[in-house]
Write a protein that binds this ligand. Structure first.
Ligand code: HEC
Ligand code: HEC
Length: 327
């Protein structure tokens, strides 16, 4: 009896040792795989060659006329933001509720605010940090406020010019929630005093915060101007500033039109504007075009350039010097 008990104990100890001994040990023999299930079987991996098919590809296209489960997207207004004729739809297809707006705010703050800014003014952290990205437009310009809802949905879904698409990160419903929220932001930034009085807000407190913020900004501007005083002004620096701020995303220097007009040969040329006025492209004109591009819209172009008024004075002057060399 006694004998048996100690035998059982030592057998148990040996077994524990044997089993735990395998852990973390390096071996050049294949591991023991008692239950094979279907772990090892012939199969084709993505992109592999398969002699069975005439075209030699293992990956097959869906059978013609079929739609994968969950892939039916007949409601093109909802999925693509356009109507049957392919025109952008004017209004959000979802019912606008408080929940939808909060969801939109949540997604907007995650995906858009870094560039377009918390209130949609284009002053996101990429701008304050001077990361050299193409600046994101302000959603409160008349031009953007007049765009249909489908325009915003399309920008999120397909990207727009130098902005990438967010369709892999943001679900369709959330995209519409963001569009609704942008509309709310636009309303919030374009409300007049009479309208504001309809809401329960402390106007005096708001104005005080606003004045404080403006004072801070003005101080920052002053400090920046002081720092740039006597800074280098040269065409070479201008070329660097041009590259650093990705002006080339919209302006070629070889005469070809991109989103914006080519800057080749601009200096001294006559400029015609959308409002029928004209001017000569001198220093003042170019200076103003950089810090206040919405002021005069070059004929044949859209008001799509954001103001670069945050650039130090010597950098703007250098850009002008650089543009003069583009003959
Ligand atoms: C990485 C920075 C970045 C992020 C993040 C970003 N955008 Fe943009 N967005 C841009 C830039 C830059 C442009 C201007 C592109 C151009 O003109 O080349 C732009 C343009 C747009 C426009 C077009 C404005 C016009 O000219 O009509 C819309 C609409 C827009 N963004 C919406 C969004 C929304 C909604 C989100 C969040 C889902 C978002 N963007 C996220 C940088 C960004
Ligand atoms: C998102 C695209 C975009 C970016 C980035 C951009 N611009 Fe523009 N720019 C435009 C468009 C569109 C116009 C024409 C409409 C207008 O007059 O505002 C324009 C107009 C101009 C003009 C007037 C040109 C003319 O033919 O009279 C100048 C000068 C200019 N931009 C300089 C710059 C500089 C310098 C930078 C970089 C610091 C820059 N732009 C970045 C789109 C852009």
């Amino acid at each position: 009896m006694k004998m048996n008990k100690s035998f059982a104990l030592s057998a148990f100890a040996a077994l524990t040792l044997a089993l735990s001994g395998c852990q973390g040990m390096i071996s050049d023999k294949p591991g023991i795989h008692p239950n094979q299930n279907m772990d090892y079987q012939d199969k084709f991996k993505a992109q592999e060659y398969n002699p069975f098919f005439a075209d030699g590809r293992a990956m097959r296209t869906p059978v013609e006329g079929t739609v994968a489960r969950g892939g039916l997207r007949q409601d093109i207004a909802y999925y693509e933001g356009v109507d049957e004729q392919g025109n952008l739809i004017a209004e959000n297809p979802l019912t606008i509720t408080k929940e939808l707006l909060y969801r939109g705010q949540d997604r907007y703050d995650i995906y858009c605010a870094v560039c377009h800014g918390g209130v949609g003014d284009g002053k996101g952290i990429i701008m304050t940090g001077q990361y050299g990205y193409v600046p994101a437009p302000n959603f409160h310009s008349d031009y953007i406020r007049e765009q249909p809802d489908g325009h915003f949905y399309g920008a999120i879904t397909n990207g727009i010019r130098s902005m990438p698409a967010y369709n892999t990160q943001i679900k369709v419903e959330d995209r519409w929630a963001i569009v609704a929220y942008i509309r709310a932001l636009q309303k919030s930034q374009n409300i007049n005093e009479l309208e504001i009085l309809e809401f329960n807000v402390d106007l005096a407190a708001l104005r005080e915060t606003y004045d404080q913020e403006q004072a801070k900004l003005a101080a920052l501007e002053e400090a920046k101007a002081a720092a740039a005083q006597g800074g280098e002004i040269s065409a070479a620096l201008g070329q660097q500033v041009f590259t650093r701020n990705a002006c080339g995303a919209c302006h070629s220097i070889d005469g070809s039109a991109l989103v914006g007009p080519s800057l080749q040969g601009l200096y001294g040329k006559t400029r015609n504007f959308e409002d029928g006025t004209t001017t000569t492209a001198n220093d003042d004109y170019i200076y103003n075009s950089i810090i206040n591009p919405m002021d005069q819209i070059v004929e044949g172009y859209l008001p799509q350039m954001v103001p670069y008024d945050y650039l130090p004075e010597n950098e703007i002057r250098s850009l002008i010097e650089y543009i003069k060399t583009l003959e």
